[in-house]
Design a protein around this ligand. Structure first.
Ligand code: ZN
Length: 338
């Protein structure tokens, strides 16, 4: 059993200025992995530059040119999403890094992997960058799994505190990609209602679990055990991608979910019960301690290494999730045995 990680120094050159999504995030993660002697036990996966054709798997060619042009002159894709000279290249290497991780897992060179990339991707739409995201890395990787490896059942689990609108829209009518999101609601970007379940052939292959703030470790574990596990097990994925934000961490300035660092390890344990072939990609997470500790906890689970990130807080929950779970089940019962 071996666990890979993706990293490339160009990820630090996506310069966002005074912005929560900044290069120090990756530096803090790598520093902690080194300090805890975990990095040495992982297999380094080289990130290659994704080709324009690969980005076109999921994005409008005119939008790709737009990102390149704005990046060259330094500007912003929207109010939240500044880009610098190297941002276009960094974004190509972020998507390429995730493709590389997927390929290494498919070819069984590693058991699983975590792509430590930036810019993040899950808010990026077909023809629009937003919410700190340029290209939708996880959606591009899912399309690569379909087109290049012929997979027909891919599960994307998105536990970033924000709903992954871009990823959901990419596969809204596609039954080969099950998009499962747990997110704070109402919150940015405003999407991810329980009733949004996919359309056409993809009806029932989008599962949204919008949670009130403050549900803590306990609420997340209940959702994973009572909704994610049964649906995902029935779907029987050939490959699992995790859009892992750490902005549900209790220290995060942009989220209010009150989740502890070790809970991220537990979440990963639960996902590994669903099946083999797991690649995690970094989305949000803006408190450097919360981010690096939660990523460490995820690596601990992926690699089967004991890591001390403190204790979960299973008795503390400001809000109950029973109503949300019951409403999700009511809607999804037409498609799944839950
Ligand atoms: Zn987020």
């Amino acid at each position: 059993m071996s666990t890979g990680y993706v990293y490339h120094p160009i990820y630090l050159k996506h310069n966002t200025g005074a912005h929560p999504e900044r290069s120090e995030r990756l530096i803090a993660i790598l520093d902690l992995l080194k300090k805890r002697n975990v990095l040495d036990r992982l297999v380094k996966i080289n990130a290659e530059r994704a080709s324009i054709k690969e980005i076109e798997y999921n994005h409008d060619p005119a939008y790709i040119k737009h990102v390149q042009a704005v990046s060259e002159r330094e500007g912003a894709l929207d109010l939240d999403t500044p880009v610098s000279k190297d941002s276009f290249d960094a974004a190509l290497y972020a998507a390429g890094g995730l493709i590389g991780a997927v390929d290494q897992v498919i070819s069984k060179n590693v058991t699983n992997a975590f792509a430590l990339v930036r810019p993040p991707g899950h808010h990026a739409e077909y023809a629009k960058g937003m919410g700190f995201c340029l290209f939708n890395n996880v959606a591009i990787a899912a399309r690569h799994l379909k087109l290049h490896h012929g997979l027909q059942r891919i599960l994307i689990i998105d536990w970033d505190v924000h709903h992954g609108n871009g990823t959901e829209h990419s596969f809204y009518d596609d039954p080969s990609v099950l998009y499962f999101s747990i997110h704070q609601y109402p919150h940015y970007p405003g999407t991810g209602r329980i009733d949004d379940i996919g359309s056409g052939e993809g009806e029932g292959f989008t599962v949204n679990v919008p949670l009130p703030p403050g549900v803590g470790d306990k609420g997340y574990l209940e959702v994973m055990n009572e909704v994610l596990l049964p649906i995902a097990t029935e779907f029987n994925p050939e490959f699992i991608l995790i859009s892992s934000g750490s902005d549900l961490h209790k220290l995060d300035p942009l989220g209010g979910m009150n989740v502890t660092s070790p809970a991220f390890g537990k979440f990963t344990d639960i996902v590994r019960e669903i099946g083999d072939g797991v690649v995690v990609t970094l989305e949000g997470g803006y408190d450097l301690t919360g981010l690096s500790e939660s990523v460490l906890a995820i690596f601990g689970s992926l690699a089967g290494i004991e890591v001390d990130t403190g204790e979960m807080a299973l008795d503390r929950s400001e809000r109950d999730v029973a109503d949300v779970i019951s409403n999700v089940k009511k809607v999804q019962r037409s498609y799944w045995n839950i």
